[in-house]
Design a protein around this ligand. Structure first.
Ligand code: NI
Length: 172
């Protein structure tokens, strides 16, 4: 297992639409291991493959918030199949937008479907943090970031800040 470098905004890779996984190969298993390792190291509760630069529809999550009882999830080709009318506001962050948090409104409950590493299709209903997290991560597979839900003013402000930081780093 390898901790891989995170892709940070304004990197345009984050805007790619990721491709479906066709077959669960050794490479896909290794990618899942690396994603989990990278996510736990960050630390974060969710990671999409594109956040380590791989444009495939794969997500890792662990919303257990306990180091003693890890509950790693690997979602292959996940999709939302139902979302509640009721909404909920949650303060979100993203490993690709470090140290920036803002409230985002999303459906309160969702049902989602995915394939696990054994190739089984699983359908699951979620509320709370898991519901927020799975929606946030599936957005990544479609090139969508949580800042896209904020006002243009807020989004421009955070993009400008990270563009400046990227420039400084490139110039250093
Ligand atoms: Ni994110």
């Amino acid at each position: 297992m390898t901790i891989r470098p995170l892709v940070i905004i304004p990197d345009s890779k984050l805007r790619l639409v990721s491709e479906p996984v066709q077959e669960i190969t050794g490479e896909i298993r290794r990618l899942a291991d690396d994603m989990l390792e990278t996510m736990y190291d960050a630390p974060g509760v969710g990671l999409a493959a594109i956040q380590i630069g791989v444009p495939v529809r794969m997500v890792t999550m662990d919303v257990s918030k306990s180091e003693d009882e890890r509950q790693p999830m690997v979602l292959i080709n996940p999709e939302i199949v139902w979302a509640s009318e009721a909404k909920r506001v949650y303060e979100e962050g993203c490993l690709s937008i470090p140290e920036y948090y803002e409230e985002v409104e999303r459906p309160d409950r969702v049902r989602f479907r995915y394939m696990d590493l054994e190739g089984a299709t699983i359908e699951q209903e979620a509320d709370g943090l898991l519901a927020t997290c799975v929606q946030h991560e599936i957005d990544h597979l479609n090139g969508v970031l949580f800042i896209d839900y904020l006002s243009k003013l807020k989004r421009d402000r955070v993009m400008t800040k990270f563009k400046k930081a990227a420039k400084r780093e490139a110039g250093a």
